[in-house]
Design a binder for this molecule. Structure first.
Ligand code: MF3
Ligand code: CO
Length: 256
């Protein structure tokens, strides 16, 4: 599949989809406390999307036939879980680090974003991991300018993370986004040998650095979805959907 560029009208709709996601994530951030049951978050998303006329992008999503359809509207990944955690009857505890990854489809277009949130007081290392992962996302956004290459985004993300000695996960990354959640190009979180495609006006990307405190190797759990670190170390994930604009900084479409 080739890379598609979006018109201004399409980006305007994607901004609406993105805002639904960004606002829902901000609400969820405010819900986080020790004792919060993950199923309360899933119910909030269901009610909020119904209220706003948005479609649950993640539910029943199936990348290929080796996956069962995704059974929820949100991914909630706790501590050593990196991505694609399925909400279940589980209560958050003080010191947990929890990632909420959410997608909405609105008027046919997808917004995709994720935040990692500390539960109560977390260790200094955990807070550093969260801060650096979020900073790497913003470095990637700053590098997303017309005339540059995909490698400039990948390199900006990598260069923010490396000095801290954290792990960068391989095999998962960002992606183009539009009518489908996953479009070309795939956006890894580290520099390649090749410069990659040119960044052009109207290219809409989801950037999503995934960073580990320990070894970057990950495994998939028996539920066929949840991805966690092999060594059980803490990990972190932030994501925004952004639109690349001629001659200026990329627009973040998933702001609250
Ligand atoms: N935001 C994620 C991604 O970009 C999660 C989608 S997985 C799903 O890949 F199954 F939950 F949809
Ligand atoms: Co994504």
């Amino acid at each position: 599949m080739p890379i598609t560029l979006k018109s201004d009208d399409e980006i305007a709709v994607m901004r609406e989809a993105g805002q639904i996601v960004g606002q829902a994530l901000e609400h969820i951030r405010g819900m986080v406390r020790p004792g919060l049951n993950l199923l309360e978050v899933e119910r909030f998303v269901r009610d909020e999307f119904k209220r706003r006329g948005a479609h649950e992008t993640f539910r029943n999503y199936q990348p290929n036939s080796s996956f069962p359809p995704y059974p929820s509207n949100i991914c909630i990944s706790v501590n050593e879980q990196l991505v694609h955690g399925i909400p279940r009857d589980r209560v958050l505890e003080e010191g947990d680090v929890v990632t909420f990854d959410l997608g909405a489809t609105y008027k046919g277009y997808v917004g995709d974003a994720a935040i990692t949130v500390p539960v109560g007081k977390v260790s200094a290392k955990a807070q550093e991991l969260i801060d650096v992962t979020e900073a790497s996302l913003h470095a990637g956004i700053k590098a997303a300018r017309t005339g540059k290459r995909l490698n400039d985004i990948r390199g900006a993300i990598e260069d923010t993370i490396r000095p801290h000695g954290f792990g960068i996960v391989k095999g998962y990354g960002g992606h183009g986004v539009g009518r489908s959640m996953h479009e070309e190009p795939h956006v890894e979180n580290f520099r390649h040998r090749s410069r990659g495609p040119e960044l052009r006006n109207g290219l809409v990307l989801a950037l999503e650095p995934m960073v580990t405190l320990g070894d970057p190797d990950v495994v998939t759990c028996d539920d066929k979805w949840t991805v966690r670190t092999k060594d059980g170390s803490l990990c972190c994930h932030f994501e925004h959907t952004i639109a690349i604009r001629e001659g200026r900084e990329a627009e973040v479409l998933t702001l609250p």
